[in-house]
Design a protein around this ligand. Structure first.
Ligand code: T46
Length: 144
């Protein structure tokens, strides 16, 4: 799907202590593991059951969504494509580029959705009206 893809990060399993597992470590380096310079990080936590968030697209913003704990489902769409991703692996990220409509739901109890963003927060950058989004996205993808 255009402007959407899964990124795979390193999953380092610490084996220093062979008797007792010591867990996983995932390093993420701006410009290496992420295809942009990270200007902002935020996370969604304590999302109540049956909550759906999102319902918008961004004009230029690029983001990588990582479920660093638990599980969440993300639906992404453009006027001509639609895909659903279940994020439940802290070593995988969902890259979402410009002009992609997103909805996030089915947050498990304790889910943490961590987001790395290419720009600082700007409300004017959002498209929250679906009809406006459809019109602008049709133009945007026609020119690509
Ligand atoms: C996306 C998903 C995963 C800020 O003040 N600063 C920020 O950096 C952000 C992201 C939000 N806000 C304020 C703006 C709203 O008053 O927090 C409130 C909720 O934000 P938003 O409507 O963006 O929340 P979500 O969870 O619907 O969507 C966000 C991202 O916008 C979106 O791009 O992919 O998280």
């Amino acid at each position: 799907m255009r402007n959407v893809r899964i990124l795979e990060f390193k999953d380092i399993i610490d084996t220093r202590n062979s008797e007792r597992p010591m867990g996983h470590l995932t390093p993420i380096e701006s410009g290496i593991d992420i295809p942009f310079d990270i200007k902002r990080v935020y996370y969604l936590t304590r999302v109540p059951e049956n909550t759906t968030r999102g319902f918008h697209a961004h004009r230029k913003l690029q983001q990588v969504l990582i479920c660093t704990n638990g599980k969440v489902t993300i639906d992404v769409s453009t006027p001509s494509e639609k895909k659903s991703f279940v994020l439940d692996d802290p070593a995988k990220g969902l890259y979402v580029g410009p002009m992609v409509w997103r909805e996030m739901y089915d947050f498990s109890a304790g889910a943490v959705l961590t987001v790395l963003a290419s720009e600082h927060y700007q409300e004017e950058e959002y498209i929250r009206d679906y009809e406006e989004y459809r019109r602008l996205a049709q133009e945007y993808f026609k020119e690509k």
